[in-house]
Ligand binder design. Sequence first.
Ligand SMILES: [Zn+2]
Length: 415
Amino acid sequence: MTAGKNLQIDGKRLWDSLMEMAKIGATEKGGCCRLALTDLDKESRDLFVRWCEAAGCSIKIDKMGNIFARRPGRNDDLAPVMTGSHLDTQPTGGRFDGVYGVLAGLEVVRSLNDLGIETERPIEVAVWTNEEGSRFTPAMVASGVFAGVFDLEYGLGRSDADGKTMGEELQRIGYAGAEAVGGREIHAFFETHIEQGPILEEENKTIGIVTDAQGQRWYELTLTGVESHAGPTPMARRKDALLGAARIVELVNRTGLDNAPVACATVGMMEVYPNSRNVIPGRVFLAIDIRHPDDGILAQMDGTLRAGVEKITGEIGLDYELEQIFYVKPVKFDEACVAAVRDGAKAFGYDARAIVSGAGHDACYMSKVAPTAMVFVPCIDGISHNEVEDAKPEWITAGGNVLLRVIVEKAGRAE
Ligand SMILES: [Zn+2]
């Protein structure tokens, strides 16, 4: 099937919709704070639903509060082509992370309406609940339930810092839907997203063809030495837990560098006890995060970390407890869907490159139940999860155009 040259979205309308949505939860520094299942999240959902109904879509909401806006196909019994992302943000979030993937989907529907194009298959635009994992952990929990990674009770039972559960908060804001979560056939799933990293902008590429998503292992490590006076205790007699932590930070960093360019390895958090200027630290807690798109290499990095921690603590005379608290396997996106994204970028003459997603996305879980791929566009200086997160209108338009093409290709243009 060849899509005509006129197959384009209205980039200005998409941009204007993004800016309109960004008013909900707008922060002083120009970002957004729209935590999952708050009144602001409800407001953004209501606006999305209003826009979709105005574009002729029917709305269904499932028990996890996931919203599906559906544009019927000529053969409406066929499995839908789905696209979407999330409307929730980090506390200091931006105007594009997630919401771009949702509104790009809506723009595809609006453009198809304008162009008078009917598709064989129905098209659904999805809003996934609580992608960020900021108010309720874990992240991507509702697409996870949809994909069968978590069960429904687990999802609804997640609670925030005040002990309010997702189930209660969905009821409160009126988004505890009746539909079963998942368990239905999806013909293909596409998610459009800002890169949240610097690669595309640095290389002057407009489109990232996302082939893989990083596997991740998260750890908690507690090092235990002996607190003692910083003056009278000779250097040779110390069991300094913070010295061990410092060497482990270096070890983790080196593990990332040794597996460059796609590996990432981070110590993002450290708590020092008793954290007093004249006491040798007796205990340090660290959070470690390692990522790689190849599960075998990720396992090697795990081995390097474990052996290194054993050696470093042995040298200093520390006890330790190392626990892996989170593990997701790398994701390989569907070849045909990835090829569709590549062809879409080529059709518009956009500079594009293959890229690995360093972050988790709803598409990662969706890839377990549907052929899936992602479209990345650059963001300014690679900054995201930050109020200054920004993108150029032409990038936003380009990603929307590619999404329109891949959806029409997968849904089939009814001639
Ligand atoms: Zn996101």
